[in-house]
Design a protein around this ligand. Structure first.
Ligand code: ASP
Length: 455
């Protein structure tokens, strides 16, 4: 049995949903179909999830949002018409949305989750109706009825372990099951969503729950590329990569796949295949536990911007017991998470996403560090990018770091920070944001040259 997940662009219009149906009909092992909300039809279109966020926020602010509500209904209506489904399904969706906007708004997180999740939920109902209209044996499955239980953290759900046993029972059901991505229910019955992009997580949980032989993740590119195609011209296609490599690259800016989504599939050793809805014949990228790393020790180069660093210097910092703990405690007290802490003998930098640090927090943190840690110097620098070189073969290949640094130096990119992850699957360079694209291009040329595919 295979679990096939279709992302937003794969279910954005009637035309796309017809392709989904053909893909499912082409392989009888594709028994569980996980769907996103309708995504963008063109590059300047708006995803239904974003329309829904606007709808929810307007309701909270003004207590009414008729225009925003109609915009969402219109998207489903145009899909239903394109699929010749008739008015009934549109009325069901309109009624569902009207019920959701009338929900209790006193807890904004819970209210927003109700609204956001409708994107996937209604799309799953619509797609199931379309499959049935084509004579397919298919049905919509609700995550609560299937037992997909999650923690009660609005917008940030984590799957609860008992879900896997519940979901395993789906194996016994007949026909194709159409399952909405992006949300589950707390054991008390509250709807809770995963973080943005979370339909990938639903697919992975289901694949693990039903012990699928393969988790197929359908998107709109033929494969995962070794670098961002908007930065590097025609980057090589990755044919095979490991879970760890995909996780590191997704974390560092590859937007193909949600970085947390791999964990459930990985724990059960279920292979994942990223495929293209618009070209299902292409083999896609296989994500597996191990690969042969001799030929390509490096598999990809990612870049992510929007970082800042809190730089701290104190003479003999290395000898002061508890310094690191106290420093991180100050950051924790502000509810901030950090990404890296490269350190030297007398200095250390804490690197974090800069959107977490507004002016007031920055002032409080700097004041406390000065006062409580009696440092010689402390300051914040903004506008950093992190460039990450990823590859399982790096730890037993000599010279990767030196090749990378000399490529960057030839390109005139100043390296502010280097961090070799403890796992040695990745090497991170902190550089100024304005140099990020040049850095990626120079590293790409160094490690991949004119390669077109990475086996
Ligand atoms: N529709 C949600 C989002 O845009 C979840 C998903 O598509 O994975 O984030």
């Amino acid at each position: 049995m295979k679990v096939a997940k279709f992302g937003g662009s794969s279910v954005a219009s009637a035309e796309q949903i017809r392709k989904v149906a053909s893909i499912i009909e082409a392989d009888s092992e594709r028994k569980i179909v996980v769907v996103s909300a309708p995504g963008k039809r063109t590059s300047d279109d708006t995803k239904v999830t974003d329309l829904l966020i606007k709808l929810g926020e307007t309701m909270i602010e003004k207590g009414a949002a008729e225009k925003e509500l109609q915009a969402v209904i219109a998207r489903y209506e145009s899909i239903a018409q394109g699929l010749e489904l008739g008015q009934e399904i549109v009325d069901t969706i309109a009624k569902d949305l009207q019920d959701r906007v009338a929900f209790d708004r006193s807890h904004t997180g819970k209210f927003m989750d109700q609204i956001k999740a409708s994107g996937e939920d209604n799309n799953a109902k619509l797609i199931a109706a379309y499959f049935q209209s084509k004579g397919m044996n298919a049905e919509y499955v609700n995550p609560q009825e299937a037992g997909l239980f999650v923690s009660d953290e609005p917008g940030n759900a984590q799957v609860l372990p008992e879900s896997y046993d519940h979901l395993n029972r789906l194996r016994e059901r007949d026909g194709v099951l159409v399952f909405p991505g992006f949300f589950g229910y707390s054991p008390e019955g509250t709807l809770v969503t995963f973080p943005r992009g979370g339909s990938d997580i639903t697919g992975s949980i289901l694949a693990a729950g039903v012990d699928a032989e393969l988790y197929e993740n359908f998107t709109d590119v033929d494969s995962v590329f070794a670098a961002n195609p908007n930065v590097v011209e025609q980057p090589a296609e990755i044919k095979k990569m490991t879970y760890r490599e995909m996780r590191e690259l997704s974390y560092a800016g590859f937007s193909v796949f949600h970085d947390e989504a791999l964990i459930p599939a990985f724990r059960k050793s279920i292979p994942v295949c990223v495929k293209n809805t618009n070209n299902p014949q292409a083999p896609g990228t296989m994500i597996i536990a191990e690969r042969d790393c001799f030929v390509n020790p490096v598999i990809g180069i990612a870049s992510d911007s929007g970082f800042c660093t809190i730089f701290v210097r104190k003479y003999l910092m290395n000898r002061e017991i508890g310094f690191g703990r106290k420093l991180l405690q100050i950051i924790e007290d502000e509810g901030i998470s950090y990404e890296h802490i490269p350190s030297g003998i007398d200095d250390t930098s804490v690197i974090l996403h800069e959107d977490q640090l507004d002016g007031e927090k920055e002032l409080r943190i700097i004041t406390r560090i000065k006062k409580e840690l009696e440092v010689d110097d402390v300051y914040v620098e903004r506008n950093f990018a992190m460039i990450m070189i990823v590859g399982e073969g790096m730890h037993n290949t000599v010279g990767i770091a030196s090749r990378a640094t000399s490529a960057l130096s030839k390109a005139g990119v100043n390296i502010e920070m280097i961090n070799q992850g403890s796992s040695e699957v990745s090497l991170v360079f902190g550089i100024h944001q304005q140099d990020a694209d040049e850095a990626v291009r120079s590293l790409y040329a160094e490690f991949f040259g004119s390669k077109t595919g990475l086996e």
